[in-house]
Design a protein around this ligand. Structure first.
Ligand code: URA
Length: 232
């Protein structure tokens, strides 16, 4: 792609303005000023305008603070979907990374990048997910041990993978799972004779729900958050 097209597409300048910026010496390619608008950019170069690194608009990555009552689906005949929390022009191509139940709140990732989605959800990665679980009464020590060592869920033939329980207070635990079976947290708590009053996801891998996000709000992931599921 020509340099003037690259600058225009990545900066919001018109092609004419981009050309002017290039000729004026404001554009650098790999650290060197480049004043030739027809220079070919192949994609591996670092192009900057007035000191700002430019990137072509490409894949998009977001974290959403999922509120209760919306479904983790792109379409639903009955309920509002998590996609409806994004403006209509941002929805095309956006896919949901894993699912949370309709009544579960907290961290949900969305992306247009199918490979990234695949890596983030691949069972092979055993990516830890941390759930904050509100309980009707304190958990017995034996129940904690069962959750941690793995237990059989109804209708399944393999025990759950070892999990981690952190007791936050008498009625709240953080449960860290490295797999994602259907309604897993609710079924695990039921299997130890308890039940989930509220379920809220706080973390996926190293990506932590941003405390600045109110329910229903989203923000783009930082480059560091995106790199969590970079190529292996
Ligand atoms: N486990 C559940 O039971 N529900 C969720 O939404 C996520 C994990």
């Amino acid at each position: 792609m020509r340099l003037d097209n690259f600058v225009a597409s990545s900066s919001g300048l018109t092609r004419k303005e981009a050309k002017r910026a290039i000729q004026g010496g404001d554009v650098f390619v790999d650290g060197e000023p480049c004043q030739r608008a027809a220079t070919q950019i192949r994609g591996h170069e670092q192009v900057s305008l007035a000191g700002q690194l430019l990137n072509l608009p490409g894949e998009r990555y977001y974290m959403l603070h999922k509120p209760a009552g919306v479904v983790s689906a792109t379409e639903d005949p009955e309920h509002a979907t998590v996609l409806s929390l994004f403006p209509a022009d941002m929805r095309p191509g956006l896919r949901i990374v894993g699912r949370l139940d309709r009544d579960t709140t907290g961290l949900l990732l969305l992306t247009t990048d199918g490979h990234w989605l695949h890596r983030a959800t691949s069972p092979r990665r055993q990516c830890p997910k941390v759930y904050q679980v509100t309980l009707p009464e304190p958990l017995a020590e034996k129940a904690i041990q069962q959750l941690e060592s793995g237990l059989m869920l109804k209708g399944e033939d393999k025990p759950t993978r070892p999990a981690k329980v952190t007791v936050m207070d008498t009625h709240c635990i953080h449960l860290t799972l490295t797999e994602g079976r259907y309604h897993q947290v609710k079924r695990m708590l039921a299997a130890v004779g308890s039940h989930v009053e509220r379920l809220h996801r706080v973390q996926v891998g190293d990506i932590v729900l941003d405390p600045a996000l109110a329910p229903g709000d989203y923000r783009p992931l930082t480059a560091q958050e995106v790199s969590q599921f970079a190529e292996d």
